[in-house]
Write a protein that binds this ligand. Structure first.
Ligand code: UTP
Length: 287
């Protein structure tokens, strides 16, 4: 079965980024001149998704406004013959398939995904976290879809995490069945390093069979009193196979302050208009 729909949870409080996230969604933080969530939406579209559900919440209106049309602005740019800016703007607003569902309270990532159940229905779907950018010419979502098409089973993106970060991730226990591909046997949310079954952490891209919704409904609040997606995946594992794939690409956790700064620097260093002067500036500062 083809994956046509994606859920992008973006209703979290972004407490690591307070105070700026008090009135601005962390998914709207700019990477130079594009907000984080635009990279995520573009990845889904590149992978062939034509129906995107953004989970939004209180204080997140800026996301809806961003993807909405801006006729006055478009008219002004057209009048001023700023064709390039206009076409960049229209690229954002022309995609018809973005819908919004509100999560009334930020009760956790698992709860956010469960809000999309009615819209997804009984078909497999992708999840892309709204604050994670994964850069690669072959999108991470596309890579997971190709695993899904072979095994017809849920698959999550994983990457090795350093020991000091293990307790911030869902860590998998799995059996390697191919290079970079694991049949997951268990997954533990934010384990102490001494209890971690591996160093492979689940990161921001997933493909799920629709049975995940029943598992989410049967998941009680866990770590942080939130409905944890990891706990629902554990339930799913009891009846359905779940694979972990060490994706190809570079992941940027923009919800983390250092991760955010690294993202901006990397993207600026790839920008032909910025790279030379930025390199000079960085060398100068480091000296
Ligand atoms: P995070 O755990 O990184 O987001 O969730 P957070 O809770 O906002 O961050 P901190 O720890 O307080 O800084 C990953 C993604 O899931 C969404 C977030 O918006 C983010 O894009 N999320 C999280 C929801 O949609 N709802 C929630 O209840 C929690």
């Amino acid at each position: 079965m083809e994956i046509r729909k994606a859920v992008i949870p973006a209703a979290g409080l972004g407490t690591r980024f307070l105070p700026v996230t008090k009135s601005m969604p962390k998914e709207m933080l700019p990477i130079i001149d594009k907000p984080v969530i635009q990279y995520v939406v573009e990845e889904a579209i590149d992978a062939g998704i034509d129906d995107i559900i953004i989970i939004s919440g209180r204080g997140k209106r800026a996301i809806e406004d961003y993807f909405d049309a801006a006729p006055e602005l478009e008219m002004r740019l057209s009048y001023q013959h700023k064709e390039e800016t206009l076409s960049r703007l229209k690229k954002i607003t022309d995609f018809p398939g973005i819908h919004y569902i509100r999560q009334k309270e930020p009760r956790g990532l698992g709860d956010a995904i469960l809000r999309a159940e009615k819209h997804i229905g009984n078909e497999p779907f992708a999840v892309l976290l709204g604050d994670d950018i994964i850069a690669n010419s072959y999108s991470c979502t596309g890579q997971l879809m190709s695993i899904f098409s072979r095994f017809n089973a849920s698959v999550i993106s994983i990457e090795p995490v350093p020991p000091e970060k293990v307790s911030s991730y869902g860590i998998i226990k799995g059996k390697a069945i191919e290079p970079d591909l694991f049949a997951i046997e268990d997954i533990i949310e934010k384990p102490a390093i001494s209890l971690a079954p591996s160093n492979l952490g689940a990161v921001g891209r997933y493909i799920f069979v629709p049975e995940i919704f029943d598992c989410l409904k049967n998941t009680s609040p866990g770590v942080g009193n939130e409905i944890q997606l990891t706990d629902a995946i554990r339930l799913l594992l009891k009846e359905h196979p779940v694979y972990g794939y060490k994706f190809k690409g570079k992941r940027y956790d923009t919800g983390d302050k250092l991760g955010y700064i690294e993202t901006i620097i990397d993207y600026a260093l790839q920008d032909p208009q910025l790279q030379e002067n930025l390199k000079k500036f960085l060398v100068d500062r480091l000296n």
